[in-house]
Design a protein around this ligand. Structure first.
Ligand code: 5AD
Ligand code: SF4
Length: 362
């Protein structure tokens, strides 16, 4: 087994086997790892160009009915003071994103499935569409819901949805979630989302306790099997007020960062024309993390445009960057990073996944 033969295989569209994917994931720092990133960047240029698509992310509520063992805003973390941004403010913030030229927004929150929550999102989406004259693209990241709810939100005007599977191997999923969280239900939600017509995104955390390289290899094959349009994955980062924190006493930020970057590169080589986010968790581990993500094959950045006063309430993990920044400062930094990476920001565009259109035609 060697790097060139695996890369050649992938270029021909042949899916590597699990040991080959593990070989890539385990590449140590050095020439071969650099070659992997360079090959992924070439694939990115060929299929999606040196373009960055932006989505302004609005974390509109940290109220969550779930209790994921890794997440800082899980239901049982009583140290968190909970907030819900009112509908009018969600719309105002989205319109500010429109003014900034971001082209699209992501509405993200903890998970709730009560009618008040469903109706709030439905109205907010409708108003954002109306008030932006249809200009703003809207992605939702609001958790597991019924097919009917997904449909209501789609009809209101949302067209993309992010729902990370978190771990594609059910045994690992079970180790990082309480027993009443169902992997099957979550997987089925991905199917419901595609059926409702959304461009669908999923992803996992990398470097989780109990996670092996085989697990990650299977995650990448899961993306392929599910035929998803978008990938959002990032390194796991400890939050001290969660049950999972004690499982990783030897947290190594550099290892987490490199694993995150290698997973992006291999995903680009494997899936080619999907949108892949360079996630905030990369930036949390290294001041240049997000730029490294772009150079490893990612093509989407999601600047946080949540009102500054709310940001401290949405700490999924420790060291989340931007807690004290305002949105304008964040955008200036992003422009610098894009220029350094030789990438071109696409202002005022939705930046849909080419894979979605290929899938619909295919
Ligand atoms: N480290 C990294 N990512 C996390 N998320 C939640 N908690 C953590 C953590 N401790 C991710 C999950 C979720 C997304 C919104 O944030 O993957 O889907
Ligand atoms: Fe809630 Fe999402 Fe955190 Fe799980 S990861 S506890 S669903 S906010």
């Amino acid at each position: 087994m060697n790097l060139s033969s695996i890369l050649e295989k992938m270029e021909q569209g042949i899916t590597p086997d699990i040991p080959e994917l593990v070989y890539l994931l385990e590449l140590p720092d050095g020439m071969e790892k650099d070659q992997l990133f360079a090959a992924a960047y070439q694939t990115k240029l060929k299929y999606v160009g040196n373009k960055i698509h932006l989505r302004g992310i609005i974390e509109f509520s940290n109220i969550c009915t779930k209790n994921c063992c890794y997440c800082g805003i899980r239901r049982d973390n009583h140290k968190v003071s909970r907030y819900q941004i009112p509908e009018d403010d969600i719309v105002t913030q989205a319109m500010a994103a429109d003014q900034m030229g971001l082209g699209s927004v992501v509405l993200q929150s903890g998970e709730r499935s009560d009618e008040a929550f469903i109706a709030l999102i439905e109205r907010a989406v409708r108003r954002i569409k109306q008030e932006s004259n249809g200009r703003l693209g809207i992605t939702l990241s609001t958790g597991e819901q019924s097919g009917e709810t997904y449909q209501r939100w789609f009809e209101a005007g949302a067209h993309r949805f992010l729902l990370r599977i978190e771990a594609s191997v059910p045994e690992l999923y079970a180790k990082i979630h309480p027993p009443d969280h169902s992997w099957e239900k979550r997987k089925n939600c991905l199917k419901l989302l595609s059926e409702a017509g959304y461009q669908t995104g999923t992803g996992v955390m990398l470097g989780l306790p109990f996670q092996t390289m085989e697990h990650i290899a299977k995650d990448l094959l899961f993306y392929q099997e599910m035929n998803v349009d978008m990938i959002g994955m990032g390194p796991y980062i400890i939050h001290k007020d969660t049950p999972l924190a004690k499982e990783m006493p030897d947290f190594d930020p550099e290892r987490q960062l490199q694993l995150g970057l290698k997973a992006i590169a291999i995903t680009r080589l494997l899936l080619k024309n999907v949108n892949i986010a360079s996630t905030t968790a990369l930036q949390a581990l290294h001041p240049q993390g997000r730029k490294y993500g772009l150079l490893a094959g990612a093509n989407v950045i999601m600047p946080n445009i949540t009102e500054s006063c709310r940001r401290a309430g949405y700490l999924l993990y420790q060291g989340k960057p931007g807690v004290n920044d305002d949105s304008a400062a964040g955008l200036e930094q992003l422009k610098r990073e894009a220029a350094e990476a030789g990438e071109v920001i696409q202002w005022n565009e939705w930046g849909d996944s080419p894979h979605y259109f290929a899938r619909r035609q295919g």
